[in-house]
Design a protein. Structure first.
Length: 561
């Protein structure tokens, strides 16, 4: 019974366990309630994912003594060149139960990122690209320093690191923390006022802007050179958001973000999004030239930029693009486990997933905790899908808690809030419910076989790229069409157990193979995990109903049927 464990101790702390070809994976934030499990933003190495690890072992029915290998992505900060690696290993091992600590092995942070995509992609030969705020000193094959932009030539037998760049900072000396990830975050902090998630909000805001207004100014901050080189003006490729940035008639800092008008902020967001996208495509084109691979695998925090992903493959010259199901740091635990499984234990690659429901089931609803204003309907086996489809067809907003919890930052139909996609008022209601900026869009889940009828370009199963909505269809799905005519699309395959039957029922009733799908969580909290959390959140958010397992909690404001 081969078994391999991957653990991420950094922010987005997580555990992934593969036993006999079955994957169990979860993020520690779902237990701690701290989003990204980032307890101290200045601390580089965090505690072990104790509760996620314990759940993985329990779900697999094994003990730590049954595990053959433990792999952990390194994330030790400077000084560079591996000085701290032995110390890092000892510190991490000390936080694990025996015998896991004695079996712990470190691997490159970026290699774990790229393998979390490549080994699930089904591609034989692929170029791999990882771009994030920063990686580990184990990725210093091409010189001293930490990983920032890394390119790979990947096959089932080889992992070749063929490109690595730390974006230089001009003018002045190279800054250790310069990266494209920091560049996007740095500018987002100057554009998005406190209270909204900066990077995601900026990506949404960019759709309302004119990139040409500030395009020349932003291009002065980000220069592209030969062979995929990237140069970032100092200090805007770092975490320093206090140094004033003069663009147009305004000085932009994190403290003054709220002072600019909506139009100014939208125009600058659009210019930054365009410059950032051009830089990533520039690097990807270089990778295409040097690897001659037909497909690209993209991972790292920058791969969460779904607008970039919507244009990356075509503009970089690749036939296909596979974005890792969980491209953020939690996914490095998955990549580490997959590395041990395939390259160390020589086990066959896992099948290409159509879902990421690798976590805990919700458990039963505690009947003693039914909130005032709601009634519980139980024993709906065989009737739950029609009942919920009727509610959604009537434009009610429904929480949906079914099966294993998703791994990663997107709700994929297991811990979701669902709604009819047809009314723009629904988008307004949901943004108010979730206390988000009014311009933030919502994503659709679509029956995969109907996607081409509604969307010009493709999505993926993990909601990692935007697609353009067919113009003739847009009026029918106004709640999920963003200002620029795009939407972040989830393709729901026949094998998707959590959402597929409900989508089919909704399609039969309305003729729409699409549901609005957003994460089931309250503001600044992680996506919820357990049934009791869903019951509380439904009341806190004012949802019309929530379906948990085969039971339905319905607001008393809805008529009894």
């Amino acid at each position: 019974m081969p078994a391999v464990l991957g653990l991420n101790f950094h922010h987005d702390t997580s555990a992934a366990l593969i036993v006999d070809g079955r994957l169990h994976a979860a993020e520690e934030e779902r237990w701690s309630g701290i989003k990204h499990h980032r307890q101290n933003p200045w601390k580089a190495v965090f505690t072990a994912p104790a509760q996620a690890l314990a759940w993985c072992l329990e779900a697999a029915g094994i003990s730590p003594y049954d595990i053959d290998a433990v792999w952990v992505p390194s994330m030790r900060p400077t000084p560079p060149a591996g000085v701290w690696l032995s110390t890092e290993r000892d510190e991490l091992a000390a936080g694990l139960p025996e015998p896991l600590g004695s079996r712990l092995q470190l691997m490159s942070h970026h290699t774990a990122h790229v393998l979390s995509g490549y080994l699930l992609s089904g591609l034989e030969h692929a170029a791999g690209l990882v771009i994030d705020a920063g990686g580990s000193t184990l990725g210093s094959d091409f010189g001293p320093g930490r990983e920032r932009i890394t390119g790979y030539d990947l096959t089932s037998n080889r992992i070749d690191r063929v490109y690595q760049a730390t974006p230089t900072v001009l003018p002045g000396p190279r800054r250790v923390h310069s990266s494209l990830g920091h560049f996007y975050r740095n500018l987002a902090a100057r554009i998005i006022p406190p209270g909204d998630e900066a990077e995601g909000s900026m990506m949404a805001l960019a759709a309302f802007g004119d990139p040409s207004r500030y395009g020349d100014d932003v291009q002065q901050l980000l220069h592209l050179g030969a062979d995929g080189a990237v140069h970032i003006a100092s200090p805007f490729g770092s975490a320093d958001t206090t140094t004033p940035l003069r663009i147009g008639d305004r000085t932009w800092t994190a403290r003054s973000a709220a002072d600019a008008s909506f139009g100014e902020r939208a125009d600058l967001a659009a210019a930054v999004q365009e410059a950032f996208s051009r830089a990533v495509i520039h690097v990807a084109r270089h990778l295409r030239r040097i690897t001659e691979a037909p497909g690209l695998v993209f991972s790292g925090g920058c791969a969460l930029n779904s607008h970039l992903n919507g244009r990356l493959a075509q503009e970089a010259g690749f036939d296909t693009l596979f974005v890792a199901p969980a491209p953020h740091d939690a996914g490095t635990a998955l990549g580490a486990a997959l590395y041990g499984w395939h390259y160390q234990l020589r086990q066959p690659r896992l099948p290409v997933p159509v879902d990421a429901a690798w976590g805990p089931h919700p458990g039963p609803i505690p009947t003693s905790a039914i909130p005032a204003g709601y009634r519980l309907m139980t024993g709906l086996e065989g009737r739950l899908f029609p009942a919920v489809a009727d509610l959604l067809a009537g434009h009610h907003v429904v929480g949906w808690v079914q099966g294993g919890m998703e791994f990663g930052p997107r709700a994929l139909g297991h811990r979701s809030i669902l709604a009819h996609p047809g009314r723009t008022q629904t988008r307004e209601r949901l943004n108010a419910i979730k206390q988000r900026a009014a311009y933030r869009p919502f994503a659709p889940a679509v029956l995969a076989e109907h996607a081409r009828e509604w969307f010009v370009t493709e999505g993926d199963p993990f909601m990692n790229r935007v697609a353009r909505v067919r113009h003739c269809r847009a009026p029918q799905v106004g709640a999920i069409v963003h200002h620029d005519g795009t939407t972040r699309l989830q393709m729901v395959a026949e094998q998707h157990s959590g959402l597929r039957p409900l989508l089919e029922e909704f399609h039969r009733r309305t003729g729409l193979p699409i549901l609005l799908n957003t994460s089931f969580n309250t503001k600044s909290a992680p996506i919820l995990m357990r049934a009791e959390q869903a019951v509380r959140a439904a009341a806190d958010l004012g949802l019309d109903a929530v379906a948990i397992n085969d039971s339905l909690l319905v607001s008393d404001k809805l008529p009894t049927r």
